[in-house]
Design a protein around this ligand. Structure first.
Ligand code: FEO
Length: 159
């Protein structure tokens, strides 16, 4: 079993992961409409990853003999001013996810829940990779600036 405090934050984290998935799906739609198919493909793959993160937590809660609590998923943005703004938005979302995971680790340790702490290690590592991946796209977009051909090349790379 998981104690109530840890269970509550795990449920909140699962909800945040579903929200991140929803956010990336909204972003995919934005990129598709902008005819940036490489960005759209990247956003779809991020959507799948985030959904996978949520389900990992969902399964873990059950493995520990508890029940999940499904809360409403916050509405994501529908559009962005540019691909750079969209990807920067993702970067902030990833930073927020990392902060939440760190907080969850602190709570699991304070509650002496070593199984949850161990489970969360994968997320800690994954967030380092995710932040780095998104930050590298932000850097590329900053480099190309208003150059349409540069944007075309970044889109092709992501595809
Ligand atoms: Fe699952 Fe990218 O946070």
């Amino acid at each position: 079993m998981i104690n109530e405090k840890v269970l509550d934050v795990l449920n909140r984290q699962m909800n945040h992961e579903f929200h991140s998935a929803y956010h990336y799906l909204a972003m995919e739609s934005y990129f598709r409409v902008e005819n940036l198919q490489g960005f759209a493909k990247w956003a779809r793959s991020q959507y799948r990853e985030e959904r996978g993160h949520a389900l990992r937590i969902y399964d873990f809660i059950h493995e520990r003999g508890c029940k999940v609590t499904m809360r409403p998923i916050a509405e994501p943005p529908h559009t962005w001013d540019s691909p750079l703004v969209a990807i920067q938005d993702s970067y902030e979302e990833e930073q927020q996810a990392s902060g939440m995971i760190n907080n969850l680790v602190d709570i699991a340790l304070a509650e002496r829940d070593h199984a949850t702490d161990n489970f969360l290690r994968w997320f800690v590592e994954r967030q380092v990779e995710e932040e780095a991946d998104v930050a590298s796209i932000v850097q590329k977009l900053k480099l190309v600036g208003d150059d349409k051909y540069g944007l075309f090349l970044v889109d092709r790379d992501l595809g």
